[in-house]
Design a protein around this ligand. Sequence first.
Ligand code: ADP
Length: 259
Amino acid sequence: NRTVYAPVQGPEEVRRLAAALNELSKELKKQEDWRHQLMEDLTHELRTPLTSILTQLEAMIDGIYEVSQERLSQMYEELIRLSRLMNDMERLSEAEAAQFTIVRKRTNVVQLTETVYRNFQAAAKAKGIRLEFYNPNVPCYAEVDRDKIVQVISNIVSNAIKYTSGGGHIVLGVNYSEDTSIIFCKDTGIGISKEDLPYVFNRLFRADKSRSRFSGGVGLGLSIAKALAEAHQGTIEAESEAGKGSVFRVTIPNRYKSV
Ligand code: ADP
């Protein structure tokens, strides 16, 4: 690691450097707050299942609880959830570090999205959901990290399948302009209420805890998608109506602008 010092030439240069340093410390403070909040969320998220497993095991060891198939399965479920949480945490921290490790290649975004569409065909079919692909029929090229964009698209498509019941319909597709590629995923699923919508990209947020627990989510998929889209200088947004369905849109600039 080589440190590069900006040349200081005059008062104007000094002023600019000071401003840059201030920006940097603001950014660091933001990151520090973020980490702090993450620790709090995680501790909370880990404590509930751990306490439950510990209490049950103690009761079994003390002979207060009989060891039953049902209790063992319940503890097993909690452990599976914990292990899923750990996996997702790992992916989230990778996603956040991604801004430093994005490997861009000129990529046909339509082809890339279509690959994900094919990967999810079987899962949708198994649930009785019609999954369609919208092809804009123009070549769409953007400089992106392919694996990371595949992960973003996979997260929103797997959610669409998870939160749509049999008989439903999902369209995955691309809209393209000279400057941006927009990957969208529209479903006719359970939707998200107005109150919940602003929070879906927050870590560990689940619109309805009991429902999502049942469907196996831990509430990190969309925050991972957001971190990865932002690492591409892009955005991700959602529109939804409870009971009607949702649309997720990932917008990525086609050309990388160094900042
Ligand atoms: P999870 O692991 O719970 O699915 P996500 O971060 O992927 O976590 O999503 C956060 C929450 O947003 C979900 O728990 C769910 O309530 C809501 N959500 C995400 N995608 C959809 C969708 N397509 N339809 C309805 N609700 C959704």
